[in-house]
Design a binder for this molecule. Structure first.
Ligand SMILES: *Cc1c(COP(=O)(O)O)cnc(C)c1O
Ligand code: SF4
Length: 380
């Protein structure tokens, strides 16, 4: 069911084009493979400073300012594995732009808020966001494997002072146990897969023991930032807690390396249904070709997909996918509304008019069709 895409190895593809002055390839050349494959090593050796990064890629003045200033507000950490996917000479590289701050990050526009989704208002106890009637977001950690510059939770994520000590999660469990209407728990963060196996199992088994919680979902970017984390030990543990779904945050086809694809395959082989979530990012993936490629690649490793943000571009992308490619490759485009309105699906309008059961529609080629609705539903 899952295949590893043979033509998707960005590191070998661009190796020859690299600036000989860049140490991206040589920096970790002497790291033994067991170490490189060890997720603890990857986390411990993350790139955190301007000096380290300058040694790896040709930073632009804009990036230098970004790193100097923005990291005071929101930390920069990049796993060696993900850093190696960066193009050392091209600052428009989609991998680079997601994890290296730019000076523009310092400008907070009028419509940007510290808490854009008004999550604070919907936080009854630490670690829980309860916005929808039957499901909650549970965030047991504020840590991620690497930090995305566009994170909507940057007020919490990566800030040590926002850490919820493990024993304080007790209140979250009590809340979940007391609210019988909650049948679905989205385990998010931070990134829940940055938690070690033992603690993670303690959390998941605790959630599983709440009878009315039917569904568990893990939202993660770990298969992309740190595929080494997906070990047989982890998947064997997760297997015990079905039904367990996973939604993987992927923004560009370049992220779907053989390693990431393999990690997704291991999760799927453990019987975990995979979904994808993509954030629509200006200059990174907000055009039809890039998004189509991503959706096609994603379809090989995951099932369904969600996409968030920039409205007109988003609608245009959906317009150019629907009818033009497999229905399974078309994400649901949602806007996560400010002030806590939740996610609202939007898309191109295909309904031209709907009067007295007379429906006028257009198809993906803009051809108009009429359809007469039955007054009473069909009888059988
Ligand atoms: C996205 C989200 C969910 C899950 O929503 P679905 O539409 O079921 O994927 C739940 N709670 C919060 C606060 C969310 O932001
Ligand atoms: S992985 Fe998710 S929570 Fe972590 S920084 Fe990226 S967007 Fe934010």
């Amino acid at each position: 069911m899952l295949q590893v895409h043979p033509n998707n190895n960005p590191s070998s593809e661009s190796a020859d084009l690299r600036d000989p002055g860049s140490h991206l390839d040589s920096r970790w050349a002497n790291v033994p493979s067991e170490q490189w494959q060890d997720w603890h090593w990857q986390l411990a050796n993350r790139i955190r400073t301007l000096e380290e990064l300058r040694d790896l890629v040709q930073l632009t003045p804009d990036e230098e300012i970004g790193i100097r200033r923005a990291t005071e507000r929101f930390r920069m950490e990049i796993t060696p594995y993900f850093a190696k996917l960066m193009d050392p000479n091209d600052s428009t590289c989609p991998i680079r732009r997601q994890v290296i701050p730019s000076a523009a990050e310092l400008l907070v526009t009028h419509s940007e808020r510290v808490d854009p989704l008004a999550e604070k208002e919907h936080t009854p106890v630490p670690g829980i966001i309860h916005r929808y009637p039957d499901r909650v977001l549970f965030y047991p950690t504020i840590h991620c494997a690497a930090y995305c510059r566009f994170c909507t939770r940057s007020r919490i994520v990566g800030h040590v002072e926002e850490t919820i000590p493990f024993h304080e999660l007790e209140r979250a469990f009590e809340y979940l146990s007391a609210h019988h209407e909650i049948r679905d728990v989205v385990i998010s963060g931070g990134d829940p897969l940055t938690i070690g196996d033992a603690k993670l199992e303690a959390l998941i088994s605790r959630l599983r023991s709440i009878e009315h919680v039917e569904l568990l979902r893990i939202h993660t970017r770990v298969p992309i930032f740190l595929p080494q984390r997906i070990t047989p030990k982890l998947t064997d543990m997760l297997k015990k807690y079905h039904p367990l779904f996973m939604s993987i945050h992927v923004n560009h086809a370049k992220e779907l390396t053989p390693e990431a694809t393999q990690a997704c395959a291991q999760l799927a082989d453990a019987g975990i249904p995979l979904g994808g979530q993509t954030v629509l990012l200006k200059g990174i993936n907000d055009n039809v070709a890039t998004m189509k490629k991503l959706m096609h690649e994603l379809l090989k490793v995951a099932g369904t997909s969600h996409m968030r943000a920039n409205v007109n571009t988003g609608i245009e992308i959906i317009e150019n996918l629907r009818g033009h490619t497999s229905g399974y490759a078309i994400p649901t485009f949602v806007i996560d509304t400010p002030e806590g309105g939740g996610k609202i699906p939007i898309g191109p309008e295909y309904l031209i008019s709907n009067k007295n059961g007379h429906i006028v529609l257009r198809n993906y080629r803009n051809e108009v069709y009429e359809y007469v609705d039955q007054e009473d539903g069909p009888t059988d």
